[in-house]
Design a protein around this ligand. Structure first.
Ligand code: PGA
Length: 250
């Protein structure tokens, strides 16, 4: 059985004090021994403090992005080793905001995926189509292309220590989530694609859904057979709501 994972992607909101209040609130509300793994991905500058706050809990820490290079003169970037150094176990790779706003290409995302694993991080590889692409019937070709860019570099074995997140771009931050059936259809296709390469990895790889996950829709999304948890943006900024989403997964 795949253990569900719920990840909070806190994006660029609030202050150091807000971040600490949120972590304390969550630690009070999360059910000890719950079935779902919980991952927090605060902005880089709050990772260290968040890591200190969660260190005696089961909550894991992750970065929101990682440099494709291991070290050197890359102003503004943070390496996988640095993320590990402050306690991260995971890192988001290829989030649609990185792809769309910062122009990260499929090949750069693949290099970041490799860099993450090389430093011992579990990459959470985000894939998903825009509204135009969905309406043009191109959802599966876009998701395939994004997955293939990584698989071509790493081979399927790398997915044995990775997480995939299906995040339709039109659902991110819009309040308009994919329906459970729409999400399940894509998750099933992703799992089938992996299964064609390696059945064991396909059975074990966790595929998260992201895009306007809320306490009110989490349970029905997570009930779908190929949805193994969520990548949660806006709703993860409220401790009570995020704790409810975690409970819905476990
Ligand atoms: P959202 O963001 O939950 O606010 O839609 C999801 C994400 O960007 O990972």
């Amino acid at each position: 059985m795949r253990r569900p994972l719920v990840a909070g992607n806190w994006k660029m909101h609030g202050s150091r004090a807000d971040n600490a209040t949120l972590v304390h609130g969550l630690l009070d509300l999360l059910q000890p021994g719950a079935r779902a793994d919980v991952l927090l991905c605060p902005p880089f500058v709050y990772l260290w403090e968040t890591g200190r706050l969660v260190k005696d809990s089961d909550v894991a820490l992750g970065g929101q992005s990682v440099c494709a290079e291991a070290q050197g003169a890359f102003t503004g970037e943070v390496s996988g080793a640095m993320l590990r150094d402050v306690g991260c176990r995971y890192v988001l790779v290829g989030h649609s905001e990185r792809r769309q706003v910062y122009g990260e290409s499929d090949s750069l995302v693949a290099r970041k995926f490799v860099a993450a694993q090389a430093s011992g991080l579990v990459p959470v590889l985000c894939v998903g189509e825009t509204l135009d692409e969905r309406e043009a019937g191109r959802t599966s070709s876009v998701v395939d292309r994004q997955l293939d860019a990584v698989l071509a570099v790493t081979g399927v074995g790398a997915l044995g220590s990775a997480v995939i997140a299906y995040e339709p771009v039109w659902a991110i931050g819009t309040g308009r989530n994919a329906t459970p059936d729409q999400a399940q259809e894509v998750h099933e296709a992703i799992r089938a694609k992996v299964a064609a390469l390696d059945g064991t990895i396909a059975d074990s790889v966790r595929i998260l859904y992201g895009g306007s996950v809320k306490a009110s829709n989490a349970r029905e999304l997570f009930a779908m057979p190929d949805i193994d948890g969520g990548l949660v943006g806006g709703a993860s900024l409220k401790a009570d709501e995020f704790a409810q989403i975690c409970a819905a997964a476990g």
